[in-house]
Each structure stands twice: as structure tokens, then as C-alpha cells.
Design a protein around this ligand. Structure first.
Ligand code: BEZ
Length: 392
């Protein structure tokens, strides 16, 4: 009798056990999500690329090394911040490595080539720095998202601050490529709206650092203020040269915060007191930012900067999409919709992405004190990029 009761149960139990084992096996057998970093590892922006990668990896490590239960496999290409090599480089990740998502890059010119390739191949692209307005403008696409800013945004915020300070005549100086041009345009728009006038633009090719003739032109023109866009090693040298030319004491220098972010050690005394505007500041005194900064410093033995935050947030954006579809990358539309809508709990403060997939965020006023870009106020709250030309 016992036998007759147990017998019919056995196959059911065995079936359930087999199912469970099968499910576990299927989960274990899920391949890793392939993440391709296309970042500068050499050249003027090398340190920026390094901080982005550190930030991204730290977020993944905080989730136990997995996102939505899936391991992450990393691939890397050094883009050298060279737009002429960008298409070949991005195709290494798309075609050779067949990555699921590309994370990159720093330089706007390189990023535009990446956006074109991503749009064409429909590869998911998360931009963790490059501000090219076109990426969330004419080149916008469902599969392209940005965790950083558009070039217009910090330029505009800095223009608001300069006008509020009462400056009337400004000169702009920048590397003559998309990031410099668009930052200066954003600055000019806000500054002139606030009653100022940009009297002269000075440019030099990226990544040239022969600033001397331009500093001589500034001294001759004697504007009320100079707006500068430089970043990385170029920013370090520009700020030192500006000081050495004796201009810091006579003509105030301001800029989007890239001028002083991640380079304060190299700038030393030459940077003291410089005012900038950016979507991050070292001294944002929130539990979220303090925890991020402590963890980063302990993990990497270096203080984080805006680039580390943007890398960290790129991973958060990816995680919000993967979590929504339980790691199933084939559910692409649902994944992208979740990434677009997710509130990102960033060290910079909470934000969401716009319809064009660019952060809608606060811009802070910062002042260099010692080795920190200390927050002294808010330049513009919840600033959205106008996303001119985006049709999605
Ligand atoms: C850019 O090329 O978009 C860029 C590079 C460095 C800092 C900020 C923007």
C-alpha cells in the first residue's frame, strides 16, 4: 500500500527537483554581460578615463560584482582621445568583442563617432563624460544614454554665475572642438541674457597647450572676466600659466568645473580661489556623497572627482535597466524604458534622464580651497539640456 502511495509521487518530486536543478543550471549558465570600456588610457585625458572606469567598477563591486544576478565581463579599448581613430576603435568593441554595452568616452569628437556607430548597430551606449550636444541632440537614439552632461549645461550655468557677479565684458578661451565651442556658446547665451557681452573668443587646437600668445591677448584686452574650457592635463597647465602671467590677480578667471576638477594637485597655489560651476562639488555634504567619497578613497587610495561620479552613475543606469528585466538583455525596450525613467541616486544628488536621455540636474557654484572644489552655492537648479534637434 505504502508503495502504491509513494509511487505516483516519485516522478512529481523528481520532476520538480529536475526543474529546480535545470533552472539553477540555466541561471548559472547565463553568460556574463559584456561591458566595453572605450576610454582614453593615454594622452591629455588619460586620468579622466581612469577615474570613470574606477567609478563604474566600484558600483558593480558594491553589488557583489554582478548586475541583476549576471557576472560582468570587461573589455577595453584606449581611444587616445583621437577622433580619427574612433570609428575603428568602437568597431573593435562592437564587431570583434560583440559587447552588450559600450561605456565611453571622454572626448566629444570621439563620442560623436561612437554615437553614429552605436546608432547604426543598435548597440547600447552609455556616455560617462563627453558632452557633445549632438549626442542628446541630432544624434539622439533610444539606445544612447548619458550619465554626465551636455556641453551646453555647465557653460550655461557658468554664464549665469558670471552675470550675477556683475561682470560686463568677458573673453572666452577654449580648445577649438565641440566641447570648447559648445561650452563657450552656453556661457555666452546665459552671460548675454544676464546683461554681459562676450567681446572676444580665443581658441587653440586640441590638445595644444601653447597658451602664451593667448594670455598676452587677454592682458591687452583687459576684460572683466575670462571664461575658459580646458580639462585634464591641459587645464592643469592653463591655470598655472594664467597665474604665472600675473593675470589671476588682475582679471578673474572662471570656467566650467572641468578647469579645476581632478587637477588641483597639479595646479597647487595657482588655482586657489578659482570659481567654477559644475554638476558636482567635493563638499556636497550628504550621506550619499560622503559614503561614496569614503569608499572610493579607501578602495583606490585617491579622492574621487566628477569623472569618477559619472562612471559610477553609468553603472547605476545600466543596473536600473538590467534589474527591470531581470538581466534579460533581449527585453530591450523594457530595459531602455527603465533606464530612462529610473531616479539615479547619485553622489551629486538625485536626478533623472530627460526624454533625450541626458541628466536633468543641479549645477553648483564651487570655489577652490586647498585641494578641494568646495560647494558655495547653487548656480542653476534642475537644468535640462534643450536637446535641440533630437527626434526620437
Ligand atoms: C568633452 O570633450 O566633451 C569633454 C572633455 C573633458 C571634460 C569635459 C568635456
Amino acid at each position: 500500500m505504502l508503495r502504491s502511495i509513494r509511487r505516483p509521487l516519485l516522478p512529481a518530486v523528481a520532476f520538480a527537483a529536475a526543474l529546480a536543478a535545470g533552472a539553477a543550471h540555466a541561471q548559472a549558465a547565463q553568460p556574463p554581460v559584456k561591458v566595453g570600456f572605450m576610454l582614453p588610457a593615454t594622452g591629455t585625458f588619460a586620468a579622466l578615463g581612469d577615474m570613470i572606469e574606477k567609478g563604474f567598477r566600484m558600483y558593480v563591486d558594491e553589488q557583489g560584482g554582478k548586475l541583476a544576478g549576471r557576472d560582468i565581463q570587461y573589455f577595453r579599448v584606449d581611444d587616445e582621445s583621437d577622433p580619427s581613430k574612433a570609428t575603428d576603435n568602437v568597431n573593435r568593441l562592437i564587431k570583434r568583442d560583440q559587447v552588450d554595452v559600450i561605456v565611453g568616452t571622454v572626448h566629444s569628437g570621439v563620442a560623436m563617432a561612437m554615437a553614429r556607430a552605436a546608432k547604426e548597430s543598435k548597440t547600447l551606449l552609455i556616455v560617462p563624460n563627453a558632452g557633445a550636444d549632438a549626442i542628446t541632440g541630432p544624434l539622439c537614439a533610444p539606445n544612447i544614454l548619458r550619465s554626465s552632461f551636455s556641453n551646453w549645461q555647465p557653460g550655461y550655468a557658468t554664464g549665469v554665475v558670471a552675470a550675477q557677479k556683475g561682470y560686463k565684458r568677458a573673453m572666452t578661451i577654449f580648445w577649438n572642438y565641440a566641447a570648447g565651442q559648445e561650452s563657450a556658446k552656453g556661457f555666452t547665451e546665459a552671460f548675454e541674457k544676464g546683461g554681459g557681452k562676450v567681446v572676444k573668443e580665443l581658441t587653440l587646437p586640441f590638445p595644444n597647450v601653447e597658451f602664451q600668445p593667448l594670455l598676452t591677448a587677454i592682458a591687452a584686452e583687459k576684460p572683466d572676466v575670462v571664461f575658459a574650457f580646458f580639462a585634464g592635463a591641459g587645464a592643469a597647465k592653463f591655470v598655472r600659466d594664467y597665474d604665472a602671467a600675473g593675470l589671476r590677480r588682475t582679471i578673474p578667471l572662471i570656467g566650467s568645473g572641468f578647469l579645476t576638477d581632478g587637477v588641483l594637485e597639479a595646479q597647487g597655489a595657482a588655482a586657489q580661489g578659482l570659481m567654477t560651476a559644475l554638476h558636482y562639488a567635493d563638499g556636497i555634504d550628504t550621506p550619499r556623497n560622503n559614503a561614496f567619497r569614503n569608499k572610493f578613497a579607501v578602495t583606490y587610495k585617491v579622492n574621487p572627482d566628477v569623472y569618477a561620479v559619472q562612471g559610477y552613475d553609468a553603472a547605476q543606469i545600466l543596473a536600473s535597466g538590467l534589474n527591470a528585466v531581470k538581466g534579460d538583455l533581449t527585453k530591450r525596450d523594457a530595459m531602455i524604458a527603465a533606464m530612462r525613467k529610473a531616479p539615479i541616486d547619485s553622489p551629486r544628488g538625485k536626478y533623472t534622464l530627460s526624454a533625450a536621455h541626458n541628466p536633468v540636474q543641479d549645477f553648483y557654484i564651487r570655489e577652490v580651497k586647498g585641494r578641494e572644489n568646495v560647494m558655495t552655492g547653487v548656480a542653476v537648479k534642475v537644468l535640462a539640456d534643450p536637446a535641440r534637434g533630437c527626434r526620437m
